[in-house]
Design a protein around this ligand. Structure first.
Ligand code: AMP
Length: 223
């Protein structure tokens, strides 16, 4: 498929946006940029940025906008030159959305679509309490103990690293992440709705079906 796009993917924690982003990046030959993955890599390498981010991430709070901004600029400009991207996990505040809009304007990189993968709160809690993640910074594959289990229990299918439960996937932190999403990130949806860029998809159901719904909408828009 050759629809070149600069896409944003949004949704509450556990909506499956990371899973969809990986598949869409492959299908559409886009660079996949996940700010959560980038931050977790920074933590693993013990960088100053990682150390700063960790205290916020462990609590389920957002990393401050002034830390996120420069990090995103660096990765995004590179990715857009390489032929388009799907940005997963940014923007998460209206300030970040404004920052991104300014940046994109300066570099003449249009955002073509904002994909909103929506799931209800109960689904978020059910999914995150069954989530296992590969801690290998180069892999970061995600599994669900029941719906998408690894072939060997507790082992990553791709790199065989022992799977872990992310610190911010514990019950208490998940509840806080949902609140943070509702207060700080949900208003970003209105920001893009007002610019006629927002497309909302039902994030419940089979992974494949959701991907097909997204691809069909993107193809229609590109036709
Ligand atoms: P994710 O993997 O997308 O669920 O992100 C995990 C955590 O990384 C979030 O709960 C935040 O602490 C942090 N994070 C990721 N993206 C952002 C962002 N755009 N702004 C602030 N914090 C972020």
């Amino acid at each position: 498929m050759t629809v070149t796009n600069n896409l944003l993917i949004m949704g509450p924690p556990g909506a499956g946006k990371g899973t969809q982003a990986v598949i869409l990046a492959r299908e559409l030959s886009l660079a996949h940029l996940s700010t959560g993955d980038i931050l977790r890599r920074e933590i693993t390498t013990g960088s100053a940025l990682g150390q700063q981010a960790k205290t916020f991430m462990d609590k389920g709070a957002l990393v401050p906008d002034d830390v996120m901004g420069p990090m995103v600029v660096e990765h995004l400009v590179k990715a857009s030159k390489a032929g388009g991207f799907i940005l997963d996990g940014y923007p998460r505040t209206v300030v970040q959305a404004e920052h991104l809009e300014k940046l994109m304007g300066e570099h003449r990189i249009p955002v073509t679509s904002v994909l909103n993968v929506d799931v209800p709160r109960e689904t978020v809690i059910e999914r995150l309490s069954n989530r296992q993640t590969c801690p290998n910074p180069k892999c970061q594959a995600v599994f669900h103990k029941i719906n998408n289990p690894p072939k060997t229990a507790n082992r990553c299918d791709r790199c065989e690293t022992e799977l872990v439960v992310r610190k911010d996937d514990t019950q208490e932190v998940v509840a806080h992440r949902i609140d943070v999403y509702l207060k700080q990130t949900a208003p970003v949806l209105d920001f893009y709705r007002a610019r006629s860029l927002l497309q909302t998809f039902d994030g419940q159901g089979a992974i494949e079906g959701i991907t097909q719904a997204i691809l069909a909408k993107l193809q229609k828009a590109a036709a």
